[in-house]
Design a protein around this ligand. Structure first.
Ligand code: ARG
Length: 466
């Protein structure tokens, strides 16, 4: 059967289509080995298509029933792992299913299934159905992760740690505040995902190869049967469109960028030098050489896989660029990045969730890393409250920092006399400033790190999780 076996197969002078394909071309062209994951969507789409054609009288009811039974039998073979792919013949999932259908119910009826239909609309339909369901599952994973963030933020609200800018100790914050900083980024990802799903879940079925269906097929009926939210409104656009894949890849790249940064923070926090957190054994591994090591592999993989996710997106954007109208085989290159991306992103969210849910924090280490210098702004703010312009207080506090450095005395241990000598407007209550908890509680405007502000954030986040 393999046409490349014909003598004329590989001859340079072989006329158009008279010979077979170059064997490597057969392999290069086929997508069955990856698009077979779409078998169910392909079959469900075919059943909907046949039903609509029966309604129109293009095929009889009896023929429809035969087709449906046959298609379900093919589906069963996939499900039970008994479907046998014929190499070199089953180019993609659409041709494979149709070939097998013909073997099961006979070619006379099977040959009517594809009436008015193109693989161009089929692949778009299959991918959209598959992606819609996968993205719903990812939505659930993301919600579960956000719930852990909210729950931990609530439980551990009293833990105070250093907050960083430029990775330098900046101001004290609540550990919950750190968790919520990422929580809101992930909640925005959840919002965006809802938008993406809206555009994924549109039906291309009934658009034909590019110009539309010549038998007046009821597209709305098929869309409803397949659970689509609506139609793609231009048949040429519908078969050309892989923006729904690009958008998914862009969405996933952004999410992975958030996960990567989150992981990087935790990798730093888990070092011996920081010691703020300890990963559960379930998410770390040892070294084959150094017995003392406990490596944050889970977090490193999350960080590493963000590059892979971005790569899918950047690569596929290049594939799309410059394609002429409607279907071109380049579009087949949308399938593999989509499959790998969705798996990578879905797994990553679940791993991130597992890491966070099992992470042990070390509040003592966090506390011990706080430094009185982190209260230098509070010192400036103290004088602001006494009516001194901030620009001036910033300067005064800077001189206190300098004195502390010069004398080797921690800033909170400078004597009242030393401070008074720097600025006469310091009163005895200046001692109260050197309190991390107080510093945190001062930041009580909405969005700040005080307890009330953090509790409010948790409330807002929970509402966003839905
Ligand atoms: N395997 C193809 C793809 O993934 C299916 C569509 C083929 N269409 C065509 N005109 N050759 O894009």
């Amino acid at each position: 059967m393999a046409s490349q076996d014909k003598p004329s197969g590989n001859m340079l002078w072989g006329g158009r289509f008279t010979g077979g394909l170059d064997p490597l071309m057969v392999h290069y062209n086929e997508s069955i080995y990856f698009d077979k994951v779409l078998y169910k969507q392909d079959i469900q789409g075919s059943i909907a298509f046949a039903r609509a054609n029966a309604k129109n009288g293009i095929i009889s009811q009896a023929e429809f029933q035969k087709l449906e039974q046959g298609l379900l039998a093919v589906q069963k073979e996939w499900e039970t792992g008994t479907f046998v792919i014929v190499p070199g013949v089953d180019e993609d999932i659409h041709t494979a299913n149709e070939r097998r259908l013909g073997e099961i119910i006979g070619k006379d009826v099977a040959g009517k299934l594809h009436t008015g239909r193109s693989r161009n609309e089929q692949i778009a339909t299959d991918m959209r159905l598959w992606l819609r369901d996968e993205l719903h599952a990812i939505e659930d994973h993301l919600r579960a992760f956000l719930r852990v963030i909210a729950a931990r933020a609530e439980q551990e609200i009293d833990v105070i740690m250093p907050g960083y800018t430029h990775l330098q100790r900046a101001q004290p914050i609540r550990w919950s505040h750190w968790m919520l900083s990422y929580g809101f980024a992930f909640a925005a990802d959840l919002e965006r995902l809802g938008e993406v799903i809206k555009r994924v879940n549109r039906s291309a079925l009934g658009c034909g190869a590019l110009a539309g269906n010549p038998f007046g097929i009821d597209r709305d009926m098929m869309a409803a049967e397949l659970g689509f939210d609506g139609l793609l409104w231009n048949s040429m656009g519908a078969v050309a469109d892989r923006d729904f894949v690009a958008e998914t890849l862009q969405w996933g790249s952004m999410l992975m960028q958030h996960i990567s940064r989150w992981a990087e923070d935790l990798i730093i926090y888990s070092t011996g030098e920081f010691g703020f957190v300890r990963l559960a054994d379930a998410y770390s591994t040892g070294s084959s050489l150094m017995p003392q090591k406990k490596n944050p592999d889970s977090l490193e993989l999350l960080r590493g896989k963000s590059g892979r996710a971005f790569g899918h997106m950047a690569g596929f954007m290049m594939t799309l660029k410059g394609l002429p109208s409607t279907y071109n085989k380049d579009l087949q290159e949308s399938v593999e990045p989509m499959l790998d991306h969705v798996k990578t992103v879905g797994d990553s969210i679940q791993i991130a969730n597992g890491v966070l849910a099992t992470l042990a924090i070390q509040p003592d280490k966090m506390q011990a890393s706080l430094d009185p210098f982190m209260l230098a702004t509070d010192l400036a703010d103290y004088l602001v409250r006494k009516g001194v312009p901030f620009r001036e207080t910033h300067h005064i506090s800077g001189r206190c920092v300098a004195l502390s450095e010069q004398t080797g005395t921690p800033m909170n241990e400078l004597s009242y006399a030393q401070l008074k000598a720097i600025d006469a407007r310091f009163d005895e209550d200046i001692a109260d400033v050197f309190d991390y908890e107080k510093s945190v509680e001062m930041r009580s405007a909405k969005g700040g790190t005080s307890k009330s502000s953090v509790l409010e954030q948790i409330k807002v986040l929970k509402a966003m999780i839905g």
